[in-house]
Design a protein around this ligand. Structure first.
Ligand code: GAR
Length: 202
């Protein structure tokens, strides 16, 4: 069983999907720690409900991005995690953090990358008027939403729909692909060569 850390800043619905998959034995890994940069993050409550160690680390107590990340990395090392999963973690990682876990940090983004990176990926796609959008799980590198793509799911934009209904369908797709990508990692089935992430049979 691989040991997974989840970093989340908000609602934590992706965290919940990951915990649920693990509890249904659909994941060759277990969430051992949840860390948030927001005291009020509902993700922390979800962790506590499932008796998972939940930590709020306060950014205002640190003078720089890197010193904050050093504190987070220390907790991740103490918890002996194999994989760091960003699930709605609304902070850029420092180079120090990324280099501490090479190809062992995943992120989920609510668009088909490389389209619409950054914040508000769903609104950006909606406003652009695309016919298809979706979500992407990727490894984290030093750029913004730019690392090798692991899994994507396309979501069609229905004529006349609101951004709220599109968001619901993208979230539902996220809750399918994130556990899938994490399970592939936990089973050592991901191989990265350059930009390309291959799914291999061991
Ligand atoms: C998700 O839709 C995720 O794709 C997005 O935040 C949401 C978190 O929801 N992440 C980003 O936009 C990162 N750039 P959750 O807290 O309910 O899992």
């Amino acid at each position: 069983m691989k040991r997974i850390a989840v970093l989340a800043s908000g609602q934590g619905t992706n965290l919940q999907a990951i915990i649920d998959a693990s509890e249904r034995n659909e994941l060759a890994g277990v969430v051992v720690i949840v860390i948030s940069n927001c005291a009020a993050a509902h993700a922390l409550k979800r962790a506590e409900t499932h008796r998972i160690k939940a930590l709020f680390i306060d950014p205002s107590a640190y003078s720089s991005r890197e010193s904050y990340d050093r504190a987070v990395v220390e907790k991740l090392r103490e918890a002996e995690v194999d994989l760091v999963v960003l699930a709605g973690y609304m902070r850029l990682l420092s180079a120090f953090f990324v280099e501490s876990f090479p190809l062992r940090i995943m992120n989920i983004h609510p668009s088909l990358l490389p389209a619409f990176p950054g914040t508000d990926g769903i609104q950006q796609a909606y406003d652009y008027g695309v016919k298809v959008t979706g979500c992407t799980v990727h490894f984290v590198d030093r750029g913004l939403d730019s690392g090798p793509v692991i899994v994507q799911e396309a979501v069609p934009v229905i004529q006349q729909e609101t951004v709220a209904t599109l968001e619901q369908r993208i979230h539902a797709a996220e809750h399918r692909i994130y556990p899938t990508a994490i399970d592939l990692f936990c089973r050592d089935k991901l191989r990265v060569e350059g930009r390309r992430c291959y799914i291999v049979d061991k």
